[in-house]
Write a new protein. Structure first.
Length: 343
């Protein structure tokens, strides 16, 4: 028997959590954005459940990528792939009990070059999925939003009732502004039509399954060291962020889905992984045996950059549901890089 990777072993630890798994029994679960970092890990987790007695529907636009990502599940009768673009109304003959909407372009290069599409996918995606769910007996809708809804901030730790400044008259605002609007659309469907909705606000999430087009800083840094290069930073790296390993993020999503209070939003972050981008770069460089160098970005590169200097999340609300972080940042980075090297 092949040795289980550290990443998969991290996933298996989720099933030791005290969660009401029986709520999923016999249900149909739809996960959008299934080939993305968070959505893909969620699909893997749902499929690896030793007590799995439900159907998992993974949706995405790229069928070839999905076949490669989920090749170990394609022969499993409980796994189904749906080729679907959330910009369009969903057409299906399946009644989804749980819809977890994790489809969103989260890479800064999309913000700079495809801002219109980013806005449409975030807002229209919620509308299309919510309309389908309400017409087909949906039990709960989990919207995977973003910590960017908090805007630039003023130095405080972000709690779920905080709302910071976003300069909406800039293309870069396509992401935080549309995520805010999508959250409002979710709670509006709850207020007007009785939808059962919960919202997750992940911080900066890292993990092994990012695409070559993903230019988030952690992905760039990992590519550098895997190519045997020094890490090239496009700033001095003073920006201070909350980070979270993707497996811990997925664990949090399951807590929110199965135990969260309807109509509420929950931050997802690892309080022990509040570090600067420079510190993140140095950790990844240490793992790869390289060093960090600074390269000042040009004007085009800066267009998609996150302007927030400090983005630290309060997690007490999520922790009251019983959730706890299992993986420290250095361990999570090592497990991510190990899996990439094994592929």
């Amino acid at each position: 028997m092949a040795e289980v990777s550290a990443y998969k072993n991290d996933i298996l630890q989720i099933f030791k959590e005290d969660l009401p798994w029986e709520k999923l029994s016999g249900r149909n679960i739809l996960v959008t954005g299934a080939t993305g970092l968070i959505g893909g890990c969620l699909v893997e987790t749902l499929m690896m459940n030793p007590r799995k007695d439900y159907q998992v529907y993974a949706s995405g636009r790229n069928e070839e990528r999905a076949k490669e990502r989920f090749k170990e599940f394609v022969e499993d009768g409980d796994f189904h792939f749906i080729r679907y673009d959330v910009l369009k109304p969903l057409v299906s003959d399946v009644s989804f009990d749980y819809i977890i909407h994790a489809a969103s372009n989260a890479s800064p290069n999309f913000f700079a070059k495809n801002s219109v599409e980013v806005i449409k996918s975030n807002i229209d995606g919620v509308a299309n999925l919510m309309e389908y769910g309400l017409q087909h007996g949906m039990k709960r809708f989990l919207y995977v939003s973003s910590g960017e809804v908090y805007g630039e901030g003023d130095g405080r730790v972000f709690t779920e009732d905080y709302s910071g400044y976003v300069n909406c008259a800039t293309p870069r605002a396509c992401y935080p502004s549309s995520k805010r609007a999508a959250e409002t659309l979710c709670v509006s469907y709850a207020a007007e039509y009785g939808a059962d909705v919960v919202i997750a606000r992940p911080c900066h999430v890292y993990g092994p399954h990012f695409t070559e087009q993903d230019n988030r800083v952690y992905a760039q840094f990992i590519r550098n060291v895997l190519r045997g290069e020094d890490i090239v930073m496009k700033s001095t790296g003073e920006q201070f962020r909350s980070w979270c390993y993707v497996v811990d993020c997925v664990s949090a999503l399951l807590y929110i889905l199965l135990k969260g209070e309807s109509g509420e939003a929950y931050n997802i972050a690892d309080a022990n992984s509040n570090i600067s981008i420079r510190e993140l770069a140095e950790m990844i460089a240490e793992i790869g045996g390289r060093k960090v160098v600074i390269d000042v970005p040009d004007a085009d590169e800066r267009k998609g950059y996150n302007v927030v200097k400090k983005s630290v999340f309060a997690t007490e609300k999520l922790e009251r549901l019983g959730w706890q972080v299992q993986t420290i940042v250095l361990k999570g980075l090592k497990h991510s890089i190990e899996l990439i090297c094994e592929r």
